[in-house]
Ligand binder design. Sequence first.
Ligand code: GRG
Length: 300
Amino acid sequence: MADAQDRTTPDAPERAAIDAALELLAGDARRSLPGDVGDAIAYALAGGGKRVRGLLVLHAYRACGGGGRADALAAAVEAIHAYSLVHDDLPCMDDDDMRRGRPTLHRVYGVPVATVVGLAMIPLAARAAWRAARALGSDQATAAEIVQVLMRASGAEGMVGGQLMDLEAEGRAVSLTELEEIHRGKTGCLIAASVMVGGLAAGAGPETRRALGAFGDQVGLAFQIADDILDVTATTEMLGKTAGRDIALAKSTYPSLLGLDGARSRAAALVDAACHELRAANIRSVDLERLAQFAVNRPS
Ligand code: GRG
């Protein structure tokens, strides 16, 4: 099993490849949307994220036998994530000034541009996912399924639905069941979709897809539990975003409901179960397991 204490950001060459694919995508955006909006999209796509979702795409693709370069597909998923950060930081949502160690996009370009940027990045990402899947050799039906998985995870049944519940839950106590639903929606679904998209592009069959789905669901929830923990244990400097936001916004979190140790145990148990799912389906991937451990042991 991968080292459970590995806290270093993994996969430097793969992250560099994803960054390069994101730069190409930024070039597309600049050509089709000149001026501030194009520049601001480039700002959102650059900027030092850990690229966990993109890495999940690449490692799931490889774990399922994919032999091409899935960087552009990974970049498409990262673009959806980047849009969600831009909108999450807006004054009408979490109202934050810092992200990835830099001023949030609306602090640099203003709220109207940030609003347009977020919206423009969704079709940009969907088209990029379609093109990337086709370039990897996916037939039209599989490429369509990849786009659908990504859009479903981003919409009412996933990120948008989870974010709405999250906003509505501010300032009141929520049950663990409700919190789990919020976390799965706002964060877990896109992480699970990242794994699935990689598997689909590699032509994964039904049993492999089931195992990838179970792995992604559990890692996705664990990732957001770790986010809750870091919000109270890490500094703003370490996180590159404002620490302590959950308390400031009066949000229920795993540490507030289970205590820090309880939250850590829950996250660790989810990752163990996730890795078990892979092995039970005979998916041997040190990289996916290491990334799953990183999701909960990361320093930021
Ligand atoms: C309009 C209701 C409505 C929703 C729009 C804004 C939005 C959709 C959803 C917000 C989802 C969100 C930002 C959830 C938090 C996910 C999360 C843990 C982000 C941090 O991810 P990391 O740590 O960040 O992977 P880096 O910077 O490394 O990429």
